[in-house]
Design a protein around this ligand. Structure first.
Ligand SMILES: Cc1cc2nc3c(=O)[nH]c(=O)nc-3n(C[C@H](O)[C@H](O)[C@H](O)COP(=O)(O)O)c2cc1C
Length: 169
């Protein structure tokens, strides 16, 4: 099976059907995320899966009322369990570790015939209160997962020659 067509097929969807995501599908999506690499394999992450309507509604409000945030039947709050660890290059590992995990989840979701959207438009403090996340931890991203109810045009990318070079900048 080829992976590139699925990578190309993934796009952010902001309109979801009111149809639940299968339990097994969700389980495979989460498993894919947990198989992502992380610095020193520390896996300093916690993924809170939100399906209850009342919580999703509150998270929508914390996302400045964005309609599609409330539509998705599944939301995953991708959180840290450590915010201090720096990699040998001096950079913080948590945004990178969590971005890898979320992207693995997104790709498994595409494979399952589902749609996703990463959300960073939210009041982090409010999200923490709603989900009882410890004060010192971070919510790096919300991931919406559901059945697409739209077929948006692909966002497009810069041509390879503008983003890739060989041997020199
Ligand atoms: C770190 C990050 C944050 C994002 N935050 C939001 C967001 O708050 N709201 C939203 O609708 N989309 C958000 N997106 C989705 C991007 O807008 C989208 O990935 C980009 O426009 C490319 O489109 P595509 O995903 O369809 O290829 C985010 C994506 C990333 C990677």
């Amino acid at each position: 099976m080829e992976i590139l067509p699925e990578i190309i097929r993934r796009k952010s969807v902001r309109q979801f059907k009111q149809k639940p995501v299968g339990k097994q599908q969700l389980s495979r999506i989460l498993e894919a995320g947990l198989k992502a690499p992380s610095a020193k394999n520390r896996q300093a992450w916690r993924f809170i899966v939100i399906q209850k309507e009342e919580l999703r509604k509150r998270l929508q409000e914390a996302s400045f009322g964005l309609e599609y945030v409330g539509q998705a039947p599944v939301m995953v709050a991708a959180c840290t369990t450590n915010i201090d660890y720096r990699m040998p290059n001096g950079q913080l590992s948590y945004p990178i570790d969590i971005a890898f995990a979320v992207s693995f989840m997104m790709l498994q979701a595409v494979h399952e015939g589902l749609a996703t959207c990463c959300i960073s438009t939210y009041d982090e403090q409010e999200v923490k209160e709603i989900l009882t996340i410890p004060f010192s931890m971070r919510v790096v991203m919300l991931l919406l997962i559901g059945h697409s109810d739209a077929d948006p045009e692909p966002a497009g990318r810069k041509p390879m020659k503008r983003s890739v070079s060989f041997d020199h900048w």
